[in-house]
Write a protein that binds this ligand. Structure first.
Ligand code: PAF
Length: 273
């Protein structure tokens, strides 16, 4: 595995390149994206960049887990050929140009983390320009991020195929996330309740159909009683993130909660497209 820090060092070879954009602190979710990219393309580039522009003031930018030596080793074993680990200076410098995906990027995660999706979309577009991948891989745990990037690529007519891969979960159902490392042992034990609750709500919605709002309200009550602070729990169209008041295809449950000082997000498909 080769590690490079500047865009100028990335060669543009005449082979199918797969890009896995990441912020490091690799877990099975990242490694699965890399292994999928390895199967589907000829050269796998992973980017490792903790992007300051997608963190709000007071968020966890400075304490975000960083361990490049460990990450490089895991990436090599997952089949990554080139690790692009640029400096903040290289990626952001004093740039003032931003990509904004209006509407879609302003709700849910965008409403709770103002500017977050501008930071994500802008950096991902830069990575696409720098690496020029045929295919780019993202995890569905960050479902709204997938929708934002899909819309950006479509609107800006960028030529890249997007592959959104299934969320990888711990044995008890907790969606893998680099931020799970922040959880205390007690909160870690409690955290699996979120996915269990999403599955319960999906079951209830399929039975009750018309009672979407009441079902969601009851579930929020149970989450609060279990010690979670609920930012949102909603049923949405997974492409537009428009709220759904009825079970109409496609629809997905999305949730964001806080446990102690750790924010967790997750989602579960209710009806496929
Ligand atoms: O999902 C992430 O890790 C980040 O949001 C991404 C896509 C690498 C952009 O910084």
């Amino acid at each position: 595995l080769k590690i490079v820090r500047t865009a100028a060092e990335i060669e543009h070879l005449d082979v199918r390149t797969g890009l896995v954009p990441t912020m490091g602190a690799f877990h099975e979710g990242h490694l699965e994206l890399m292994r999928t990219a390895k199967r589907e393309t000829d050269r796998v580039v992973a980017s490792l960049f903790v992007n300051p522009t997608q963190f709000g003031p007071g968020e966890d930018f400075s304490r975000y887990p960083r361990d490049e030596v460990r990450d490089a080793d895991l990436a090599a074993r997952a089949g990554v050929d080139l690790l692009f680990a640029p400096t903040v200076e290289e990626m952001v410098a004093d740039g003032v140009t931003k990509v904004t995906v209006s509407g879609l990027g302003d709700r849910f995660e965008g409403a709770h983390r103002p500017g977050h999706f501008d930071g994500v979309a802008t950096i991902v577009l830069k990575l696409f320009h720098i690496v020029r991948p045929e295919v780019a891989y993202f995890g569905k745990k960050d479902l709204q991020q997938c929708a934002v990037i899909d819309r950006m690529v479509c609107d800006l007519k960028f030529e890249v195929s997007l592959r959104f891969c299934e969320t990888v979960r711990e044995r008890d159902g907790l969606a893998m996330s680099s931020r799970n490392a922040y959880l205390s042992p007690e909160h870690r034990a409690q955290a699996s309740f979120l996915y269990a609750e999403l599955k319960r709500v999906r079951g209830e919605l399929i039975v009750s159909k018309s009672l979407v709002e009441a079902t969601l309200e009851e579930s929020k009550g149970r989450l609060r009683a279990a010690g979670f602070l609920v930012d949102y729990l909603d049923l949405v169209n997974p492409r537009t993130f428009d709220k759904r008041n009825e079970l109409v295809r496609p629809c997905t449950l999305i949730a964001a909660v806080t446990l102690g000082s750790t924010r967790l997000i997750d989602n579960l498909t209710v009806l496929e497209a």
